[in-house]
Design a binder for this molecule. Structure first.
Ligand SMILES: [Zn+2]
Length: 233
């Protein structure tokens, strides 16, 4: 028997259907946030199958990264770009959690999750965090941690200075600044751990490089990275 409440929600759905935050199409009842057509057609990198993939190569000669993986290619797909725009700028933290769940599930198949003890997101500056209300990388980390049942240390790394106005500095100067801009508040939490740093979109990798080096200096056993998407190869 259809209850009045069910009848009402079906009626609301007719006039205000949920739309997919990637393709903008109407999503089926029972689906959430992203439609299943997008889910299956997103351009996967499959970087976890190749330890010498294009993302890992970005860090060669720069730092020691154990595994470097990204779920999707950013540039090839307008849908991926739209979805990440919602995550970052349109108050949609659920996108990050959902993508983390999906990627986490896919990586379970190869036991890839067994490489990591804890997940730590690239931190946002506190000012930015207050403005946005959430850290989009932490949403992704939360989604992975849910599936893998390992700890997610949301504040394992902290950002302490704003490094936004350094466009005129050299690459080395920018890097030194960046490194100085992060802090490990509780080094005992990360000591001898295999850490996975999570980020939303990787471009140059400079932020990640700084985070990796800092965690290694503070006693991490290995450091790996996982991003939702990679922009350039
Ligand atoms: Zn869609």
């Amino acid at each position: 028997m259809t209850t009045f409440k069910e009848y009402l929600s079906a009626l609301v759905y007719i006039f205000f259907p949920d739309v997919c935050l990637a393709c903008g199409g109407v999503i089926e009842q029972g689906e959430k946030t992203i439609c299943s057509i997008c889910k299956f057609s997103f351009p996967r990198t499959n970087f976890h199958l190749d330890n010498e993939n294009a993302l890992a190569q970005k860090f060669w000669g720069r730092t020691k990264v154990e595994h470097a993986i990204a779920y999707l290619f950013f540039k090839k797909a307008a849908d991926v770009q739209s979805m990440l725009h919602y995550l970052k700028y349109k108050d949609s933290p659920e996108v990050g959690i959902l993508i983390g769940n999906w990627y986490g599930q896919e990586l379970l198949e190869n036991d890839f999750h067994k490489n990591f003890d804890v997940i730590i997101p690239v931190p946002l500056h506190p000012k930015k965090l207050r403005k946005r209300g959430y850290n989009q990388s932490a949403c992704f980390g939360e989604g992975l941690a849910e599936v893998w049942k390992i700890p997610h240390l949301e504040h394992g790394l902290e950002k302490v200075t704003n490094t936004s106005s350094q466009t005129k500095k050299s690459r080395q100067e920018r890097y030194e600044n960046m490194k100085a801009g992060f802090l490990v508040p509780n080094p005992e939490e990360i000591k001898d751990k295999n850490i996975l740093i999570v980020d939303d979109v990787v471009t140059t990798g400079a932020t990640l490089e700084a985070c990796i080096n800092l965690l290694l200096e503070k006693g991490a056993k290995t450091v790996s990275i996982a991003a939702i998407a990679i922009t350039q190869i």
